[in-house]
Design a protein around this ligand. Structure first.
Ligand code: ARG
Length: 698
């Protein structure tokens, strides 16, 4: 076999003149010229002893030209020229291009604005079976299909995640015999899985961070020799055990620019294997987005999620709505390194309202349930947004919309329904994948899209006045709903009672503002304790002091109700004569108490079968216009999960995290108020009475 040939560039003009990677930070003009020359010579002689080294002329003003790995990617007599991501290095392109042309290579150039940094980001398997290509920092995923086509090879795309390892060759080095020296933490989980699938464990040589930051993976390999800046004793042993011989040659001056042995060389003789075939797993499809794309942030959210999900995009066209109310539309080409990644990205885009372009539309994919209560892998998980699925070329609206469900389709008279996992029956057809699914997100009119989060005593942003403003809005809403015969559901936690909210909540019930009440064992126990004994968890509600023996009060309250048989019975028997639950019984307001592991008693009314409790909740929120969530994280989130878009949610909690969790439905429909719930209720009742007695003075 003839000696391999490498291209190098003497470091006459090498320096750190700008910062385009984390290694260069703080190292402006730090490299010593003399030491750099000496170290470069060191590497040059190691290579020269065993291989042929070609040189390209250095150029003033192009300090990074020494890193010839970034000239392009060579295979046989073909080269794909680099298109540098940073303008600082784009001036190198013509010099490399000229060199390759002079040597008689067939030169391919990528379309403008499609960055690819050559052999820095593309490494041939040493057996020539395929090409590993990196993306994430310098090279664009969409360049990979070009590599596959022009070099007629299979391309495996790897996503880089750690900006210190911004080029594939900084953390990944295929070695002779199918071995692989690499730093696994530089890659995302998906890429690691792919590496593990292609390279058997016995051939993988993972390095730790200490070796990685010494650029141990930035090594030059020919035959059994591996040339690198520095290796730990452990790594040397590990490589020796599989017959590799390490040559260390210090390159610390070049580390200051983020490069080492491999970066300083480009292998220009890469033999072509016959059995190669062009293929890149990179998938592409086009989606359309419509709405207030810019001012609602929808466009940036979509593009971000594509990139965060491991894909890439190209905006094919963007039509910006001109008037304040006009919507914009965009057509986006989404690329992903594989089918799996594409489906994950697409599922999220669908949830944001993206639709497939009409030419690419397909019917939904279905798979039968094989085991009761278990969906097929890859089932589509629903959101709160109205969803449609395409069956026999028709878009069919999904019934019973809620989040975290599967969609069951019945074919003959096409229908589609949300079903919880546990409700799935064998043979039912469940929607899988991402074809033929769209969510309908009506664009919110401009005015309504102000941020709907109010904070009081909480995150410091807001004032008392802002809470008053939002209370005014909610009062207005409640009054309107009552007058129109609508439905308001209250979800409440025990804090409502502790903070003195009880009298206000009872008033809301009395005035017909509450059509159902959802809670747990605790709120009922504390309400009843207060009604029967005047304490809440043993604390006197009037005086605010602990009552002797008070810690047993809540159990006595439970016991009393248990003796009566139920809360309703206790009211009927004249045992319970005041409080929130008393009012519910008197005014025929249905309630549901969902049990939990920590419940004492429990009350006879508490549903300890949680599946039954979820069903009761779901039943009671049906047809709700507004749900008022008062300081109950679990019950509020549980309720939120079963509530479709279109129902107004008001979440009041002293803990901003709970409020945020519920208001990230990202729509005008949810209002979060960070404040004391007792205070909130008192303001609300006050405001409602103002609306009821418009002419009273005060
Ligand atoms: N300063 C150069 C850059 O950031 C270093 C290039 C290193 N080359 C490489 N193949 N990793 O572009």
């Amino acid at each position: 076999m003839s000696s391999p040939r490498f291209l190098m560039c003497p470091p006459d003009y090498y320096d750190v003149d700008y910062v385009i990677n984390p290694w260069m930070e703080g190292n402006l003009h730090k490299p010593s010229r003399d030491r750099a020359v000496e170290q470069w010579q060191g590497l040059f002689h190691v290579l020269k002893d065993h291989t042929i080294v070609d040189l390209i002329d250095p150029q003033p003003g192009l300090p990074d030209l020494v890193f010839t790995a970034n000239a392009g990617l060579v295979l046989g007599d073909t080269v794909v020229l680099s298109r540098f991501f940073h303008k600082e290095r784009q001036g190198e392109e013509p010099y490399f291009k000229q060199w390759f042309a002079e040597q008689g290579y067939t030169v391919h150039e990528l379309p403008k604005d499609l960055p690819f940094e050559g052999a820095g980001d593309a490494l041939l398997d040493r057996e020539g079976r395929w090409l590993w290509a990196g993306y994430g920092f310098r090279s664009e995923l969409d360049s990979h299909p070009y590599l596959a086509k022009w070099l007629d090879t299979e391309v495996l795309s790897l996503r880089l995640m750690d900006e210190r390892f911004y080029h594939l060759d900084t953390c990944f080095c295929p070695l002779s015999g199918g071995y692989l020296l690499y730093y696994p933490l530089a890659f995302d989980a998906y890429s690691n899985r792919m590496i593990e699938m292609r390279v058997p464990e016995s051939k993988r040589i993972p390095v730790g961070e200490a070796d990685a930051v010494n650029f141990a993976c930035n090594a030059v390999n020919f035959e059994q020799t591996v040339v690198m800046n520095k290796a730990s004793e452990e790594l040397k042993q590990r490589l020796l055990a599989v017959n590799f011989h390490i040559v260390e040659t210090p390159l610390t001056e070049f580390l200051k620019a983020g490069g080492a042995a491999k970066c300083l060389t480009l292998r220009v003789t890469e033999p072509v294997r016959v059995e190669r075939h062009a293929s890149a797993a990179v998938q592409a499809r086009t989606v359309r987005l419509e709405g207030h794309l810019l001012d609602s942030g929808l466009i940036s959210r979509s593009l971000d999620l594509i990139v965060e999900g491991g894909g890439s995009f190209q905006v094919l066209n963007f039509h910006l709505g001109e008037q304040r109310q006009s919507t914009s539309s965009a057509e986006i080409k989404v690329s992903a390194p594989s089918q799996d990644v594409m489906e994950e990205v697409m599922a999220q885009l669908i949830d944001l309202g993206a639709v497939t372009s009409p030419q690419q539309e397909q019917d939904v994919q279905l798979e039968a349930v094989a085991q009761a209560g278990v969906a097929p892998d890859d089932f589509y998980v629903t959101t709160i947004y109205p969803t449609e699925v395409r069956i026999h070329d028709q878009w069919v609206r999904v019934q019973g919309q809620r989040m975290d469900a599967a969609i069951v389709v019945s074919q003959d008279q096409p229908t589609a329904t949300c079903k919880l996992l546990r409700e799935l029956e064998p043979g039912e057809q469940v929607v899988i994948g991402v074809e033929g699914i769209r969510t309908v997100r009506k664009p919110e009119a401009r005015e309504q899209r102000a941020t709907q989060e109010f904070s009081f005593m909480g995150a410091g942003v807001s004032s008392e006045r802002r809470v008053e403003l939002v209370v005014e809005q909610i009062a207005w809403e409640l009054r309107k709903i009552r007058d129109q015969g609508g439905k308001v559901v209250v979800v409440a936690g025990p804090v409502v009672i502790h903070t003195g909210g009880s009298e206000h909540l009872t008033q809301l019930i009395r005035q017909g503002h509450v059509q159902a009440l959802l809670g747990g064992n605790a709120i009922a126990v504390h309400d009843i304790e207060q009604a029967l004994l005047g304490t809440s968890l043993g604390v006197d509600m009037q005086q605010g002091v602990s009552v002797r023996g008070g810690h047993r009060h809540h159990l006595k309250a439970i016991n009393t109700i248990r003796r009566c048989g139920s809360i309703a019975q206790a009211v009927k028997q004249g045992v319970l004569t005041s409080g929130v639950f008393y009012e519910c019984v008197r005014h025929g307001v249905p309630f549901s108490l969902a049990g939990s592991i920590r419940d004492d008693g429990p009350l006879p009314d508490t549903q300890m079968d949680l599946i039954a409790a979820q069903a009761e909740y779901a039943h009671l929120i049906q047809g709700a216009d507004l749900i008022l969530m008062l300081s109950s994280m679990l019950h509020a989130i549980g309720t939120g999960n079963m509530t479709p878009a279109g129902v107004k949610l008001v979440c009041v909690d002293i803990n901003p995290a709970v409020v945020t969790k519920l208001s990230d439905r990202g729509s005008v429909e949810s209002v979060g108020v960070v404040t004391d719930v007792g205070l909130f209720l008192s303001l609300l009742v006050q405001q409602l009475s103002k609306l009821d007695r418009p002419y009273s003075i005060k």
